[in-house]
Design a protein around this ligand. Structure first.
Ligand SMILES: Cc1cc2nc3c(=O)[nH]c(=O)nc-3n(C[C@H](O)[C@H](O)[C@H](O)COP(=O)(O)OP(=O)(O)OC[C@H]3O[C@@H](n4cnc5c(N)ncnc54)[C@H](O)[C@@H]3O)c2cc1C
Length: 343
């Protein structure tokens, strides 16, 4: 890998001035499980690496504050995935803890941070090959469009580059209505998490809308928004080729609240690994809103979720998997016995 200068500031205020206002010369390091792969493969060649491992306090904590029917949860961007998967403060959010517990394997989960997971770069094999000059590296062509595209996007319309966003934590957090807190040279700003993402088309863009000199500080969810006395339901379901050490083929996360009748309200459905960004599926949410959860409504939500899908030459199979993932996430959230597990 190319030599770089390494900084390990102790505060966000010390970290910010070390960052360039252009993508490339500087990189942030959370746990390094994505960044170091890229530097070793010469896909990223920063002159300066700014490690966030020296930051303490709220950046490394999961905090729960009373204030509404549900506590407000704030997770610092420096919290490791293992700690998210195992946190008792997150017991009401199985969509998130299950997704965190299924990322990669224990070694990666122990190192990887929330911020790094949400901001990790895509895993397209053309992008990750140092010899291939694809759109995202300043080239003129997306090689996956007509090449080996079995793991790529199925929502491709309007997308010159057909990567999938690789984060498994983004879909559950989006379903939970999380808000991202960001700091930069101009101060702090907040974004609904779904608005953190964009479909990149050139080398001066990332999979997210952060500026090169901004830092994701935390995500927040819960609190107000659920009526008193309501029950909050949520789940994530991943279709995986391997049980461990790989990304899901598709993922669906569902969240809603309900009274004793079990009818869902405020439904949010988010899809992962099917488009260049995590997708908030309004059509799937509409198919469920206000209707009793049954096998039929869960199936209808899955059908609605794939409206507009335009798979590539080798990944039509993901359309059916997406339907199944949505259906199973809906049934899991409702507490229906998962009949698809043997035994
Ligand atoms: C075999 C294998 C299987 C995997 N399976 C999965 C999976 O199933 N699901 C999944 O989601 N991931 C999976 N991953 C990816 C893994 O989860 C990521 O590598 C990890 O989450 C990145 O976290 P990190 O802290 O190590 O990031 P880093 O490598 O430190 O950073 C990643 C990127 O994010 C940026 N960044 C880091 N922190 C911040 C911040 N606070 N603000 C702004 N930018 C920041 C960095 O500059 C860098 O560009 C897998 C990885 C491997 C190797």
């Amino acid at each position: 890998m190319k030599n770089f200068t390494y900084h390990r500031p102790a505060t966000l205020q010390m970290a910010l001035p070390l960052l360039s206002d252009k993508w490339g010369p500087t990189e942030l390091l959370g746990g390094g499980t994505d960044l170091l792969d890229r530097t070793k493969d010469y896909v990223s060649q920063p002159d300066v690496v700014v490690s966030l491992t020296g930051l303490g306090g709220a950046f490394r904590e999961i905090q729960s504050a009373a204030g509404g029917p549900l506590p407000t949860i704030t997770i610092g961007a420096g919290v490791h995935l293992t700690d998210i998967a195992e946190s008792r403060l997150l017991a009401a959010y199985p969509a998130l803890t299950a997704a965190a517990g299924q990322v990669a394997g224990p070694q990666i989960r122990n190192m990887a941070t929330l911020g790094g997971n949400l901001c990790q770069r895509n895993r397209c094999w053309y992008f990750r090959d140092e010899h291939v000059n694809c759109l995202l590296k300043g080239g003129r062509k997306c090689f996956a469009q007509e090449g080996e595209n079995q793991y790529h996007a199925i929502f491709t319309q309007g997308h010159p580059c057909v990567i999938v966003n690789p984060s498994s934590l983004a879909p559950p957090l989006i379903a939970l209505g999380a808000v991202a807190k960001i700091v930069g040279p101009k101060g702090e700003r907040e974004l609904p998490l779904e608005k953190l993402y964009q479909a990149p088309v050139k080398d001066t863009q990332r999979e997210h809308v952060l500026a090169p000199n901004e830092i994701l500080v935390s995500v927040r969810f819960g609190g107000a928004g659920v009526p008193g006395g309501a029950m909050y339901r949520n789940a994530s379901y991943e279709v995986r080729q391997k049980e461990t050490s790989d990304w899901p083929l598709v993922q669906a996360a569902v969240a809603y609240h309900t009274d004793r009748t079990g009818v869902p309200k405020g439904v949010r459905v988010a899809l992962g690994h099917v488009a260049p960004t995590p997708l908030l599926s309004e059509s799937a949410a509409k198919a469920l809103e206000g209707k009793p959860i049954t096998e039929a409504t869960a199936t209808a939500a899955g059908e609605a979720a794939v409206e507009g899908a335009r798979p590539l030459s080798q990944n039509e199979y993901k359309v059916q998997q997406t339907k199944v993932a949505v259906k199973r996430a809906v049934l899991l959230a409702a507490g229906v016995k998962p009949y698809w597990f043997a035994g």
